[in-house]
Design a protein around this ligand. Sequence first.
Ligand code: IP8
Length: 264
Amino acid sequence: MVAKVVMKLGGGLITDKSSFKVPKKGVIDSICKEISKIISNGHSVTLIHGAGSFGHLLAKEWSLAGGLDPEISEQQRDAVLRVRSDMLELCGYVTNSLSHHGIKCEVFPPSEWVMGTGSSFDGDLGIFEDVPKGTVPVSFGDVVRVGGEAEFGILSGDDLMARISLELPSVSHCIFLLGDVDGMMDLPPNVEGSKLIPIWSAGERIETTHNAEQDVTGGIELKAARASQISGGVDEVWFINGNHPERISQLIEEGTTIGTKILG
Ligand code: IP8
């Protein structure tokens, strides 16, 4: 069976979240190598990535998620431009690595085609479908335009995942690649004795720690909510450790792997 895969590289996976604009190039490269394998096996991939320290630190510093604050509007507008340019820079690390592995890609920065935040944003998702066969469309969490006085807001890559996975025809796999954790855990991953939850259904409680100091979007809670929404329309929705990219092929070719399968 040919798989149609929508995949998100988490910001904490591809950047060092606590140090401003430090990419994890080795991790990016090993995932892009895996993507080239998946493409050469005849499957298709749409790629989304998070912001990590290329977006969340400045967005937090200048409260960009809350929209325009007249008292600091000048600094905010400057920060909007910087975050957009930093996100393009991070995306460049991903696309350079894809090219290095012989994969063609097309980048769609949300600042150019999205209006509004959250999963009901406006934007033509058809652009992801219109790329030539074998080309990987790439997009990411970004600062986007919003209507009214707020002027701008933050669109999470998780919202892009939900809309793309549910609205593009016949998506078979929706995969969230996480950093340093095998999937959804029953306790915060840094707590001793925390165990992987192999199958998770919406409504089952998980104990999480969300680092609101670094993260302006919703962390694992938003991801879990979006993932269970997606599982209403896509059969294979998974959280997988992005430090073990071979698990992606294993899931696609063998039907299962180490990770958390999300049910609606
Ligand atoms: O890391 C957030 O995207 P996410 C985007 O996918 C910015 O939640 C610019 C902070």
